[in-house]
Design a protein around this ligand. Structure first.
Ligand code: ADP
Ligand code: MG
Length: 242
């Protein structure tokens, strides 16, 4: 037992080290990015604009990967506030449309009348972007991406659909496990983060997939809103399913 405890301690230490290393790496990266941007704007820089753009893109990608690891490493509590899922989607829509358009993907929004939910806005944005990014990446030749919200009774449903070729069965069997990826530059952390965020929102994720496309459903099962309703401490512990 002592041995196990010691091992757990060491695991925790490694996790904490990873978090602090990630933070430490981020600061110099920010400096490098800033100076690169400045250099890219000089006369010589402009002559090599594509290379500078690529360097900055790669730095941003590095930063995103660090963010993904940090998000999973942190055992944080969601900062839940009453807000509108539709508004969060609408705020993100220019970014989503720009990303989609760059990949020849047409975006359709079908936002229904839904009640407000207890959400951590930052986390829901992350969940949306992770699912949307996967949907876009699933359609390398372009297609249609649909983002839909609807409600039935107390349940609010968010559905994100693509017309890609579906999730391979070896991935589907373990969906949500860290580091599962079929992409050359994938981290396999996007979905695990989504599942973690869903759990913290008492939401469940389900998937429908075929060779003609995939839909990710996020079901929010929150109690009906009441004035001054306070969330119990145990709120956010939900079952993960697919
Ligand atoms: P990553 O995108 O970095 O590979 P994710 O956790 O976001 O990691 O996704 C894991 C894997 O699940 C992907 O590599 C892909 O094989 C599969 N996947 C996820 N979403 C879709 C989708 N909409 N269509 C097809 N496959 C998907
Ligand atoms: Mg992904």
């Amino acid at each position: 037992l002592e041995q196990i405890a010691a091992r757990m301690d060491r695991m925790n230490m490694v996790g904490q080290m990873a978090v602090s290393v990630a933070h430490e790496i981020r600061n110099p990266l920010t400096t490098v990015r800033g100076y690169l941007q400045l250099l890219g704007m000089t006369r010589e820089g402009l002559m090599y604009k594509e290379r500078y753009d690529l360097l900055i893109e790669e730095l941003d990608r590095t930063n995103e990967i660090i963010s993904e690891y940090l998000m999973l490493a942190k055992d944080k509590v969601a900062n839940l506030k009453r807000c509108s899922l539709n508004t969060i989607i609408q705020t993100l829509s220019p970014l989503i449309q720009a990303n989609a358009a760059a990949a020849n993907v047409y975006t359709k929004f079908d936002l229904g009348e839904i009640s407000s939910l207890y959400l951590d806005e930052h986390e829901i944005r992350q969940l949306l972007l992770n699912l949307v990014r996967n949907a876009i990446e699933a359609m390398p030749a372009g297609g249609e991406l649909t983002i839909c919200t609807s409600s039935e009774g107390n349940q609010v449903t968010l559905a994100i659909s693509d017309q890609g070729s579906g999730i391979p069965s070896h991935i589907l069997d373990n969906l949500g496990m860290p580091f599962l990826t079929t992409k050359e530059n994938g981290t396999g952390l996007g979905l695990p983060i989504c599942y973690q965020i869903a759990t913290r929102h008492q939401a469940t994720i389900q998937v429908k997939t075929s060779d003609r496309g995939t839909t990710f459903f996020v079901y929010f099962n929150q109690p009906p809103a009441k004035e001054n309703f306070a969330l119990p401490q145990s709120f956010g512990v939900g079952r993960i399913s697919r």
